[in-house]
Design a protein around this ligand. Structure first.
Ligand code: MG
Length: 373
């Protein structure tokens, strides 16, 4: 890869893989990580996992798979502008949601509650567990044996108690160091993607309306631009034109502000990145606007009674599955019973977290419904 900044993650400053492997032929180490992620089972399952809407609610809503692709697209564009390692950003963004449970945040909260006495459940930690342990594809190791920097980026947050168990990849949470700029960027690309697609999906579902959004500055400002340029434009095209302008504004702001932060900090190399405060970020104005948009989405979409009802059903499903398995592990498929002997309740959490929305619904029916002939 050409023209990377000296503070980017480079092949020469990478901390490598846990199990040493021969260098790849014809691709970079981080391209190899990306390829391993794309070929993993957990990545394919993202197609049937959701964020806000449940998988069967409609074919046009985002799934975790399309969300991850959007995050990767936004992240890669900005990485190139900042001369950061685009392959690493792509690998982190494609893997960032691999550990998510079925049914979005409702599922994760329910599983965390079930696991309270056994160490809890954190989806970021679970994403790392997928790539470090749970994927079974290679002859000589468990997991995908990804590079340190990819694993560091995937582990966006973790409690200090769990960080202590993780060795070097958890160390930064204990000593308060920052991850690479690529990891910082992946995190914000996630935010750009979900805020914007939740506006789109929210409008499409009818749970929020354009009239409501006209009170939200970042939306109304871009809507006004569209109306000025394309008077008479209506319907979904008008919404798409507005949202794509919003994404563009955010990507440009993130690029410009981050360059300024990097220059102001006189950043020299990767070790500076770890000790300085976060350098990838939005301007204050955009930060405020993003907070207002998030607040709007929280109050009007995520807490809409339709979403709350669906979340409540999702939580009920996850908790009932967990409690049934915990009460009688013989209800688990054979493979997971064997894992239970080693991993105890973590094996149940792994099984449930790996389910897609529709698999969880089917498993619930298989366990609790007596079907008529
Ligand atoms: Mg995400």
């Amino acid at each position: 890869m050409n023209n990377l900044a000296p503070y980017a993650v480079l092949p020469t400053n990478s901390r490598g893989r846990r199990i040493v492997e021969a260098a790849p032929n014809g691709r970079s180490e981080f391209q190899r990580d990306r390829d391993r992620i794309i070929h993993s089972s957990a990545f394919r399952r993202l197609e049937y996992k959701t964020q806000v809407f449940v998988n069967h609610e409609g074919d046009l809503f985002r799934t975790r798979l399309t969300h991850s692709l959007e995050v990767a697209q936004i992240g890669r564009s900005i990485a190139r502008n900042l001369q950061l390692n685009e392959d690493l950003v792509e690998a982190i963004t494609l893997a960032h949601d691999l550990g998510h449970t079925p049914f979005g945040h409702a599922g994760q909260d329910a599983l965390d509650e079930c696991m309270k006495e056994y160490g809890g459940f954190e989806h970021n930690l679970q994403s790392l567990r997928v790539v470090d342990v749970l994927e079974e594809r290679y002859a000589t190791f468990d997991g995908l044996n990804l590079c340190f920097e990819t694993r560091e980026g995937i582990l966006k947050h973790v409690t200090k108690a769990n960080a202590r168990k993780l060795g070097e990849v958890g160390a930064r949470f204990i000593v308060s160091k920052r991850p690479s700029l690529e990891a910082q960027l992946a995190n914000l690309a996630d935010e750009v993607a979900y805020n914007n697609h939740d506006v789109d999906d929210g409008l499409r579902s009818g749970l929020i309306t354009q009239a409501q959004l006209e009170d939200v500055e970042i939306f109304s400002r871009h809507l006004a631009q569209v109306e000025k340029q394309h008077p008479g434009l209506a319907g979904r095209r008008k919404i798409y034109e507005t949202i794509r302008r919003m994404i563009n504004t955010l990507a440009i702001d993130l690029t410009t502000q981050s360059i300024q932060n990097i220059n102001d900090a006189h950043l020299k190399d990767l070790s500076d990145v770890h000790s300085l405060p976060p350098l990838i970020g939005f301007s204050d104005k955009i930060k405020r606007e993003q907070q207002t948009l998030k607040k709007f989405l929280r109050e009007n979409l995520y807490r809409h009674y339709h979403v709350v009802r669906m979340s409540s059903k999702a939580q009920h499903t996850i908790k009932r599955l967990f409690n049934a398995f915990a009460a009688d592990i013989k209800l688990l498929p054979q493979k997971h019973q064997l894992k239970f002997q080693q991993e105890k309740y973590q094996a149940i959490a792994d099984y449930i977290a790996g389910m897609t929305d529709r698999y969880a619904i089917k498993e619930y029916q298989r366990l609790f419904a007596i079907e008529e002939e």
